[in-house]
Design a protein around this ligand. Structure first.
Ligand code: HEC
Length: 106
């Protein structure tokens, strides 16, 4: 029981750790370059200068950090899962980036 509580606390901290400018910068690189196919192909995001229209406009959607992390990890609809091509750190960085530049990070 105790062990489960500790694990939950750790994973919550992992997602809600203070946002560092470095992480945001890394997340932007994941969004624009490292993810294959690039998020920019399918999503509009003003901060990244992208206007892909296959997926939702992220500036309008304003997804939460968790929503981005889940979508990128497991895929949604025709959006591919990136859990085999991106590391957990890269997924966390891109989630932080998208949530913070769209205001989804509360
Ligand atoms: C091949 C096109 C494609 C690529 C590449 C892609 N997406 Fe998506 N994405 C979509 C589509 C389509 C949806 C809507 C899926 C649905 O609702 O059925 C979506 C949905 C989302 C959502 C909303 C999830 C929700 O909870 O509604 C987020 C956030 C997102 N994508 C972020 C990203 C990020 C970040 C990347 C890059 C790592 C990425 N996407 C790459 C097509 C793509």
């Amino acid at each position: 029981m105790r062990r489960i509580a500790v694990l939950c606390a750790v994973s919550l901290i992992g997602l809600s750790a203070p946002v560092h400018a470095d992480d945001i910068e890394k997340g932007k690189e994941v969004f624009t370059q490292q993810a294959q196919p690039s998020c920019t192909v399918c999503h509009a995001l003003a901060d990244a200068g992208s206007s892909g229209a296959i997926g939702p406009d992220l500036d309008e959607l304003k997804p939460s950090l968790e929503q981005v992390a889940n979508a990128v990890t497991s895929g949604v609809g025709i959006m591919p899962a990136f859990n085999e091509s991106l590391s957990p750190e890269q997924i966390r960085a891109v989630a932080l980036y998208v949530a913070s530049v769209t205001g989804g990070e509360k």
